[in-house]
Design a protein around this ligand. Structure first.
Ligand code: ADP
Length: 377
């Protein structure tokens, strides 16, 4: 609920509680010396546009800020500074959070002698609610500003960290391809190892930034995405890597277009990770089979490989950040972050991910996502 709604409710409820004709809530600005009208009841709307007023210019506010509550019994004998209004009595009570004033609550009546200081006690629960709403909203605004800063920091870091690694990778590959002259076997071996390390570093940076970005940037704008297209793209992207390892990669799409909730980038990231793992953890000569189908009104993607498999005791930890099974550590470089990101994204899109595996035989990951619609391709 918005702060303005809560404050309007506060003004309304205060007027009802004290059988007053009008009420207003004023908030103190950052300078601590000016008050702005933030909500009204029974008063002209123009008051909301009046802009901040110096506390010193309003006797009622001045008094309320320095004591518990200020009462004007009869405006004919005391100050009631509301231009153009016919009120005879007023009560102003401070809104205080942890000893610091954050604003004031005013109530007005057209008859004199309407309020006493005891009425401020009647208003106490309402005032406390108002104060809680004001401080919670301000804390939220500060948090949002912090998150926006963090998101900006991650964008800058993404660029700053990735760029030098990508440049180094490209230089090392050039050297390996012989652009800097023929390499001795020993030199080629060293550069191949550097290349592998750089790939690992790039993966780590990508995974860390994905993880941080996912948490800091919050869910991106989600919409309908054609799942078949996402999987098709990923298979195409990873086909050369599979061929390099002499793996047979097959893709079985379904006849209908399966439309799911998500973002293209997010779904691509999910399947690049899952299919990429299948390729990574399968030895040369093996196979990776990717299929998309509609099962019980849901979209189901299966990624099955004939790779190293996952030990049973590792299965419960697979989606934990930085977890890597011992047999994977022995064979491949990795960060243990990919599946944590995958699970986070899949669940964000309302789906789930399951895994079945036998060591030395192979692994099948199944991603199930709720279907938004289907249509002919
Ligand atoms: P990484 O691959 O960088 O280690 P992931 O988070 O992608 O990290 O995967 C976590 C762990 O799950 C891997 O380290 C590995 O032990 C296991 N794993 C994931 N996919 C497979 C697969 N297709 N075959 C065997 N093990 C897998």
């Amino acid at each position: 609920m918005e702060l303005s709604h809560v404050l309007t409710y506060l003004a309304e409820s205060a007027a009802i509680a004290l059988r007053a004709d009008a009420a207003a809530v004023c908030l103190l600005d950052e300078s601590g010396t000016r008050l702005s009208v933030a909500a009204i009841h029974g008063l002209p709307a123009e008051l909301l546009d009046r802009g901040p007023q110096e506390i010193q210019s309003c006797a009622l506010d001045r008094e309320a800020m320095s004591s518990r509550a200020a009462v004007v019994a009869d405006a004919q004998h005391g100050p009631l500074e509301l231009p153009g209004q016919d009120f005879r009595a007023g009560l102003c009570t401070p809104l205080i959070h942890e000893g610091q004033p954050v604003g004031t609550l005013h109530v007005y009546a057209t008859v004199p002698e309407r309020f006493s200081e005891d009425d401020a006690v009647t208003l106490r629960p309402l005032v406390d609610l108002g104060v809680a709403a004001i401080t919670a909203t301000r804390a939220m605004a500060e948090l949002e500003a912090l998150e926006a800063n963090q998101a900006q920091f991650i964008r800058v870091m993404t660029h700053e960290l990735r760029s030098p690694v990508v440049v180094a990778q490209s230089l090392v590959r050039n050297v390996l391809e012989g652009y800097a002259g023929k390499l001795t076997d020993k030199q080629a071996d060293v550069f191949t190892r550097i290349n592998r390390r750089l790939d690992g570093l790039e993966n780590l940076i990508n995974d860390l930034l994905d993880l941080a970005a996912g948490k800091a940037l919050g869910p991106a704008e989600e919409g309908p995405v054609v799942l078949n297209a996402s999987i098709g793209r990923v298979v195409l992207l990873l086909q050369p890597r599979a061929e390099d390892k002499s793996l047979e990669m097959t893709f079985q799409s379904c006849r209908d277009q399966l439309v799911v909730r998500g973002t293209e980038e997010g779904l691509d990231r999910v399947f690049v990770n899952v299919v990429g793992n299948a390729v990574k953890y399968t030895s040369p000569g093996g196979a990776v089979a990717v299929s998309v189908q509609q099962v019980d009104g849901q979209a189901q993607v299966e990624v099955a490989d004939t790779g190293i498999g996952i030990p049973e005791e590792a299965l419960p930890h697979l989606f934990e950040e930085f977890y890597r099974a011992p047999n994977a550590k022995k064979t491949e470089v990795g960060t243990g972050l990919g599946l944590a990101i995958v699970k986070d994204l899949v669940e964000r899109y309302g789906g789930r991910i399951q895994v079945k595996s036998t060591v030395g035989v192979g692994t099948t990951f199944t991603v199930t996502l709720p279907l938004l619609s289907t249509g002919a391709v």
